[in-house]
Design a protein around this ligand. Structure first.
Ligand code: N01
Length: 876
């Protein structure tokens, strides 16, 4: 932590905190702040509490998370004194609930209704927020919180003539309080997201004719509303505290145990049965939680998408309408799926018609109806269910000016930048509840709201006790969080779909993935850890003192973190504490349930002559017609553990990516066969494979070597041995997180030697079993120690940021370059030593694996040209 003296003035505000919005967030904030003794003013544009549930009164409006979950948990009395009448409560019931909470805790006396915030300005000289309202008030506060919700700024429909229509016009997001009677009317509705899907069956019950204008069909599953299913009630009532806590630690804010297997790891029958179960269960999270890889693996996702399309075709009688209702150009779950009641069946009613805007787009709205390219329609009423400027719209919709005159609108012109979705640099003491970069809309909102409110209030309380009056994130912390939010999103299919999650629904809005998809529990952990680690990433300033522990809270790739957490949870023993035999058995046990890696054209096992007897090998052949270049691969495992089984998924992946034959050679292991057995075997294998290339289906003369970890050490050593022995010719070496030197003093050992699976102690154990102290500096053990590195084949060296071996990999890279060898680097940010071997588990390693495949192809000039493939390694 750095600390300095500060001369900042802190004038006395009119109130401690101004909160904007009196929905779920604002009400709980007020309750909590009041409890902590902070004077608070809540400003609300509506004339009553409710937020989203105040405005969205369209027919059919309900929650799509079971209401026993979609409710507050902070008040134990409320938990039992309020009984929900249905599994998915209607908007009026949820609104009554919020009114009840407001009354019960006498919240209204601190809420100024019918009051809009027009401007909020941070004043550097007084360290106060100055807030101007639509009522002409100016309020000063120490803290300013936007609790305005994620979906509160309706999108202006970008449809020509949208303001020309002279009949009745309704927006689902601003429905008239007195309700609407469509009886006997010709009605149009534009939009088939959640609001459209909920309202269409209800409007169809009244209207004489209902025409639905659909641009993008959505995936819906039946809500099966009614009483709360018995097993849910039993779980809640059995142990309310444990139930709520499980929700808080879960991925989506509902206590559902995630499934561990991928969709393609089970039989077709089993998968189909599970999907039928999801269809029957009526739970939105069944879709995104259908299988472990449903939102990360396109092929897995397609199985569920096709299942739902099958249901649509079975429900909707007219095949043309059914086909138009089938989503086909985006992955299920990558836009918010909908829970429906009779949505698809509505299209079987004779007076309901679907207009597919993809085939027949709207040209203009007219005074009397809607003109599409093919047809003119006349209507009495048009309903716009066209959605929201989500997550940022309500925030940048207010003029918010931070320190030194910067506006939030300008700062976020290219997309929102936040720390934890809670604060943004340059805007001291300004908080957002469920802001961009937090789980928010990808979770049960109420659970996320409670977590944000509690975090903010606890922090304000803590700061007050410490005499601190100002908190602001640093740019480093903010950039790190934005990176982490993107890292999380990028391992899923969600950013590939145009949706309001990415801002794509609003023309001109910068397209970035807005919410945090890393999960509610992991997110909570990050927020708590920030506080525990001396408010890492925040500047804190009080009377006379300014301090900062700058840094980034999440630096590991999210899936790498999950792997490390899983290992910790399973309490894997440390390898170096086991006997060698037990370590080998355990290494094999860890493979259970591991994804198998991609299919290759052919996979055959064989033997070849090693330096002192036969060696097993496994050959992976691409599906494309041969002959192919050959890559000789050496597995990892500290020269002691593993075999071609342990590295099987990686070899498959390398084969698919490189389109080369991979021959994975199982060399002799220490301690039974200590140094130099392994490099001698490796060299003998390369010799034999080069000599027998043709019979293996390879192209003679087109041979490279590759390895991971200790195997990469062997690959590097073999290149030196081949150079010195004047053959065989090796086109290139791909060294994945290689061991290159017996030296534990490098920085990466100091910073990464503990906590990232491969530890200093384990490396020491490997070396001790592998080579005598005198041999460890032999270049055949430590290739970096070779006197001369000139004349070696081109090298690609892959290093991982959190690997103790990172710096010796880089040292070898630099030494090769100095010696005139063409050497390239693939650095992997946020990864650990094992990351790249965990194919289909560490998905964030996919780009690096693609680069590795490209690197291998690049070694083979003739192959690359003949195959029309890019020379990725050499041109990098
Ligand atoms: O909005 P949406 P929503 N011409 O953006 C179409 C929550 N919510 O209000 O996809 C023609 O999802 C647009 O088409 P396209 C929930 O999180 C929850 O329905 O852009 N069509 C789409 O079909 C939800 O996800 C509940 O091609 C146009 C529709 O309008 C979020 O709110 C209930 C158009 C907009 O769908 C938003 O849902 C309701 C144009 N110019 C809402 N512009 C619960 O159940 C837009 N569209 C709790």
């Amino acid at each position: 932590m750095t600390a300095h003296s500060s001369k900042r003035d802190f004038a006395k505000p009119q109130v401690d905190v101004v909160v904007v919005g009196a929905g779920f967030s604002g009400l709980y904030l007020l309750y909590r702040l009041r409890e902590l003794g902070f004077s608070t003013a809540v400003l609300e544009a509506a004339d009553d509490v409710g937020g989203t549930w105040y405005w969205n009164r369209y027919p059919g409006a309900r929650c799509d998370i079971q209401t026993i979950d979609y409710c507050y948990s902070f008040d134990p009395e409320l938990e039992t004194e309020w009984q929900w009448s249905e599994r998915y409560a209607t908007q009026p019931e949820i609104l009554r609930y919020l009114q009840y909470v407001a009354d019960k805790h006498e919240l209204r006396r601190d809420i100024r209704f019918s009051t809009r915030v027009e401007e909020a300005v941070w004043q550097d000289d007084t360290s106060l927020w100055s807030i101007r309202t639509s009522q002409g008030d100016e309020i000063t506060s120490r803290y300013y919180v936007m609790a305005t919700g994620c979906l509160s700024m309706p999108k202006t429909p970008e449809i020509t003539g949208h303001d020309r229509f002279l009949g009745e016009v309704y927006f689902t997001s601003h429905w008239p309080h007195k309700g609407v009677d469509f009886t006997g009317k010709q009605v149009a509705i534009i939009g088939t997201g959640s609001s459209g899907v909920q309202s269409i069956p209800m409007i169809a019950e009244q209207a004489e004719e209902l025409t639905v204008f659909q641009r993008t069909p959505c995936y819906c599953i039946p809500a099966r509303n009614g009483p709360v299913p018995a097993h849910w009630l039993a779980a809640l009532e059995g142990d309310r505290g444990a139930y709520r806590e499980a929700a808080r630690q879960s991925l989506f804010g509902v206590p559902i145990e995630p499934i561990g297997v991928g969709a393609l790891q089970v039989s077709d029958e089993e998968r189909q049965a599970r999907y039928e179960g999801i269809w029957e269960a009526g739970e939105l999270l069944g879709v995104v939680g259908a299988y472990a890889d449903i939102i990360t693996n396109a092929k897995s996702n397609e199985t569920l998408g096709e299942f739902v399309r099958g249901k649509i075709r079975a429900i909707v009688n007219d095949p043309v309408t059914a086909e138009a209702l089938c989503p086909k150009d985006f992955f299920i779950g990558t836009k918010r799926p909908c829970l429906d009641t009779n949505y698809y069946a509505s299209y079987n009613l004779p007076h309901v018609r679907l207009v597919d805007l993809r085939k027949n787009p709207i040209e203009t709205i007219t005074e009397t109806g809607i003109d599409t390219t093919d047809e003119s329609f006349a209507f009495d009423a048009i309903v716009f269910a066209t959605g929201f400027d989500a997550m940022t719209g309500a925030l940048v919709g207010v003029d918010i000016t931070g320190s030194k005159g910067i506006t939030l609108r300008d700062k976020w012109a290219h997309g929102p930048e936040t720390y934890l979705g809670l604060m943004t640099a340059g805007f001291p003491n300004f908080f957002t509840v469920t802001g961009p970069g937090s789980p928010s809309v990808l979770s049960n909102m109420v659970v996320s709201i409670e977590q944000h409110v509690e975090w903010i209030c606890d922090v304000l309380d803590d700061l007050r006790r410490k005499g601190i009056e100002l908190i602001e994130p640093t740019k480093t912390a903010e950039a790190g969080w934005v990176q982490h939010v993107n890292d999380c999103a990028n391992i899923t299919l969600l950013p590939q779909t145009n949706s309001w999650y990415t801002g794509a629904n609003v023309p001109g809005k910068p397209q970035v993935f807005l919410p945090y998809i890393g999960g509610v529990g992991p997110y909570r952990k990050a927020c708590d850890e920030v506080v525990e680690r001396d408010y890492i990433g925040f500047v804190l300033e009080g009377h006379g003192r300014r301090s900062c522990t700058d840094g980034v809270i999440r630096r590991l790739q999210p899936d790498v973190s999950m792997v490390l957490d899983m290992i910790a949870e399973l309490q894997w023993p440390r390898f170096e504490t086991l006997s060698v035999d037990d370590a080998r058995v355990f290494a094999l046990e860890t493979l259970t349930g591991r994804p198998p890696g991609p299919d290759v054209g052919e996979c055959i096992d064989g033997t070849l002559p090693g330096a002192a007897g036969k060696l097993d090998y496994r050959l992976y052949r691409p599906a494309s017609p041969g002959p192919h270049p050959i890559v000789v691969y050496f597995h990892g495992g500290g020269w002691m553990l593993g075999g071609y089984d342990t590295d099987d998924p990686l070899c498959r992946d390398l084969c698919v990516q490189s389109k080369a034959i991979i021959v994975s050679v199982d060399y002799r292991h220490a301690p039974e066969a200590r140094f130099p057995a392994a490099p001698e075997d490796a060299f003998a294998a390369v010799h034999w494979i080069a000599a027998n290339a043709e019979s293996l289906g390879g192209i003679p003369g087109e041979l490279a070597v590759c390895g991971w970890s200790a195997g990469a050490n062997l690959a590097a050593v073999v290149c030196q041995m081949a150079r010195d022995a004047a053959g065989p010719a090796i086109s290139g070496q791909l060294l994945i997180t290689p061991v290159t030197d017996y030296d534990f003093t490098r920085d990466s050992y100091k910073t990464n030697g503990e906590g990232y699976f491969l530890t200093t102690a384990l490396m020491q154990w490997f070396w001790d079993h592998y080579a005598d102290p005198a041999d460890r500096l032999d270049p055949r053990a430590s290739p970096l120690r070779a006197d001369n590195l000139a004349g070696l084949p081109p090298a690609i060296i892959v290093t991982c940021e959190f690997d103790p071996l990172r710096d010796e990999g880089i040292a070898y890279l630099e030494a090769l370059k100095t010696a005139g060898v063409a050497a390239q680097h693939i650095p992997c940010r946020g990864h650990i030593h094992s990351s790249l071997s965990l194919v289909d588990m560490v998905l964030s390693g996919a780009d690096a694996r693609v680069s590795m495949g490209g690197a291998l192809r690049g070694f083979f000039e003739a192959w690359g040209q003949g195959d029309g493939l890019e020379k990725s390694a050499r041109s990098r």
